[in-house]
Design a protein around this ligand. Sequence first.
Ligand SMILES: Nc1ncnc2c1ncn2[C@@H]1O[C@H](COP(=O)(O)OP(=O)(O)OP(=O)(O)O)[C@@H](O)[C@H]1O
Ligand SMILES: Nc1nc2c(ncn2[C@@H]2O[C@H](COP(=O)(O)O)[C@@H](O)[C@H]2O)c(=O)[nH]1
Length: 206
Amino acid sequence: MPLIPEASPSPPLLVVLSGPSGVGKDAVLNELRRLDRPWHFAVTATTREMRPGERDGEDYIFIDTDTFARMRERDEFLECAEVYGRWYGVPRSQARDALRSGKDVFLKLDVQGAATIRQMAPEALLIFLIPPSLEDLHLRLRGRMTESDAELERRLLTAEEELAQVHHFDYRVVNPDGDLEQAAADIDAIIAAEKCRVSPRVVQLM
Ligand SMILES: Nc1ncnc2c1ncn2[C@@H]1O[C@H](COP(=O)(O)OP(=O)(O)OP(=O)(O)O)[C@@H](O)[C@H]1O
Ligand SMILES: Nc1nc2c(ncn2[C@@H]2O[C@H](COP(=O)(O)O)[C@@H](O)[C@H]2O)c(=O)[nH]1
C-alpha cells in the first residue's frame, strides 16, 4: 500500500515583516488585510505621538512612557525596543492568543526587533521588505510628510545600515513603486509555500 503523506494543517506561523522606515510595511500590511486570510496583524504599543489620520488601537496602541515602563517591568511584551527615541512593543498576549487559535501572526518590526524574535523563536518566518532603490525610499519617506528634516535624515541613515542586514532574513520582497499588490502577492505566495513544507516551522512562545 502506498503511504499517505501527512495531510494535517501546518502549525500557525509567526511572520515578521521588517525593513527600513518608509519602505511601505504598513501600506503592504493593509494590502495583505484585504486578502482576508486567517491572519492576525499584531497592533504594537508605542509611546510616540499619534500622527494625523492614525487611529488608537488600530495603527498602534498609543500609551504614555510610564504605562509602557510598567508593562515592560511586568514582562507583558513579546519584544520591545527603543526606535528613533520612542518605545515600541508587541503585547505578548496578543501574539500568543492568536497563535493558539491557529492564526498566523504578523509582526511589524525594525531590524533589531527582527533579530530579537529570531533569538527567541528561531522558527519565526522573517521577511525583509526592500525598496526598488534608495531614491525611492527617500521619496516615500519625504512624501509621507510625517518627519522633521532632522528625523528624516536620521531614518535615512539608519535605513542604509538596515539594508545591509538583509542576509539575516529568510526572504526579501521588493515593494515596487505603485504596485503594493505585487509585494502583497509575493508575501502571500511565501506563506502558501511555507504551508506546504514537509517539516513545518513550529513556533513556541512563552
Ligand atoms: N509601493 C509603493 N509605491 C509608492 N508609494 C508607496 C508604496 N508603498 C508605500 N508607499 C508610501 O510610502 C510611504 C511610507 O509607507 P509606510 O508608512 O507604509 O512605510 P513603513 O515602512 O510602514 O514606515 P515606518 O517604518 O516608518 O512605519 C507612505 O506615504 C506610503 O503611502
Ligand atoms: N522593534 C520594534 N520596532 C517596531 C515596533 N513597531 C514598530 N516598529 C518600528 O519602529 C519604526 C518607526 O515606526 P513609526 O511608525 O514611528 O514610523 C519602524 O521601523 C517600525 O518598523 C515594535 O513593536 N518593535
